[in-house]
Ligand binder design. Sequence first.
Ligand SMILES: C[S@@+](CC[C@H](N)C(=O)[O-])C[C@H]1O[C@@H](n2cnc3c(N)ncnc32)[C@H](O)[C@@H]1O
Length: 213
Amino acid sequence: MTGLPSHLSTTAAAYDDIAVLYAQLVRDEFDSLPLDRAMLAAFADSVRAVDGGPVAELGCGPGRVTAYLRDLGLDVLGIDLSPVMIRLARESYPDLRFEVGSMHALDLADDELDGIVSWYSVIHAPPRDVSSYVAEFRRVLAPGGHLVLGFFESEGGPVTTFDHRVTTAYRWPIDELAALTAEFGFTEIGRMLREPREGERFRRGHLLMRLEK
Ligand SMILES: C[S@@+](CC[C@H](N)C(=O)[O-])C[C@H]1O[C@@H](n2cnc3c(N)ncnc32)[C@H](O)[C@@H]1O
């Protein structure tokens, strides 16, 4: 992509470098994460319940979540900053659509989507930018559309950066992220906190929301 803000170019380059290893590490991760699967299943049910159309996974990386959503019956495409991630996703799931792009300025029309999944991708946005990301989600989601966010939770602390293995990332208080999305017309349907399993460092936060326009 041309004309990216420098921090997004940095994120894209960092994920380009790690893409092959990352894809191997996460490919079968959901097999041992029933609560994460349950949250995505609840999202898929919510979209299908309103006869929902297209869904985008924003920050799709190697596409394993996009493919999981396809398996749940959704009409889904994946978008990511990293061209190498997108190449790997296309190779692994040739039946799915994947595009290079950024959440801060999506190449999608107003109200084009009925669902958005951001699974550990908003984590890399500088906190001051997250409102503009949520505004962009609101723009491309049709009224009644659903949003699910997966992120590292800050466990009682404020928004804080940490030494993520790929590039700068932030942990968020779940209440603060829920309140921020509410400012843009999202109503919370439900949330889940998952304690870190062996090998993980932080509590995970998951939020499921619906857009009222
Ligand atoms: C931790 S990975 C998660 C990938 C995938 N969602 C998964 O769970 O396997 C974060 C991904 O978000 C992407 N990303 C970060 N900022 C982005 C942005 N502004 N727009 C699109 N993708 C972004 C990165 O390139 C990376 O592939």
